[in-house]
Design a protein around this ligand. Sequence first.
Ligand SMILES: C[S@@+](CC[C@H](N)C(=O)[O-])C[C@H]1O[C@@H](n2cnc3c(N)ncnc32)[C@H](O)[C@@H]1O
Length: 253
Amino acid sequence: MLDPLKKLGFMAYGRFRALRGEPVRFRGAFASYDEALANVRAGRLAGYDHDSVAPVSQAFMQERAPWDYPVLYWLQRLAPDIRCLVDAGGHVGVKYRAFAPYLDLDRLQWVVYDLPALVRAGRAQQRPQDRTLSFVERPEEAPSADVLLASGLLPYLREPFEELVGRLASRPRHILLNKVVTRDGPTVVTLENFGLAEVPYQMRNVYEVPAALQTLGYEILDEWTIDQLAHRIQTHPELGRCTYRGYVARLKG
Ligand SMILES: C[S@@+](CC[C@H](N)C(=O)[O-])C[C@H]1O[C@@H](n2cnc3c(N)ncnc32)[C@H](O)[C@@H]1O
C-alpha cells in the first residue's frame, strides 16, 4: 500500500507522461475491455485480430523463456495421458515449435484456437514437420481435448474464461494457464502499445481466475509467479505492479 504522498507523486508523474504523449508500453486504465477498445488512438489498429499484427513478437514467443518451463514440466508429466491438447491463444503455433525438442509431438494432436488473422497466419506458416498441428477459429470446432493450454491468453481474452471453457466440446481433464496478469485491487484494463496497434490488456483481480476454475469444477494442483515480468502501467503507476501467474488445475471427480 503506497503512502498518500507517494501515491500523489506517482499519479502526477504518470499523467504528465500521458499528457506529453510519451510512447509508453502500457497507457490508460479503464474499467472494461470495451472501454479500453473505445480509447484506441486514431491511426492505430484496435486489438489483435489484424494480419499486420500477427508477426508482432512472434520470434520471441517462439523461443522458450524461463517462465515457459513450469508449463513444459507439466506437459511432460501429463504426456502419457494426453492425446489432444487445445492451445487457446496459441498464436501461429509458437509454443508447439518452442516445445518441440522436449515433447513427443507426433503422439498428440495439438489444436490452436485463435482469432481469424492468427489462424490465417498459422496455416500459411505451417511446415512439413508440424504434422500434428492444426488451427481452429472457434473453440466449438476443436475436438474433445485432455488439456486446455492458455499461455498468455488471459490478458487479451475479451470473454469470461468460464465462457471459453464452456464452448469446448467437453471439459478437459487438465487446464494449464500461464502469464495470467493479476493485481490486488479491482480488475483494470489498459492498452498495450504494439506499434501499429493498441490492444486491450487485462490485469485481473487476483481471485478472479482461481474462482473461475472452482466454478468450472477444477482444483488447482500447482501455481507459480513470474517475477521478471512484473510491471506498472506507465501512465497510472499508482495502481501498483502487476503479478504474472501460472496455474495447473485438474477436473474434480
Ligand atoms: C501474447 S499471445 C500468446 C502466444 C503464446 N500462447 C505464448 O504464450 O507466447 C496472445 C494470443 O491470444 C490471442 N487471442 C486474443 N483474444 C483471443 C480470443 N478471444 N480467442 C482466442 N485467442 C485470442 C491473440 O490473437 C494472440 O495470439
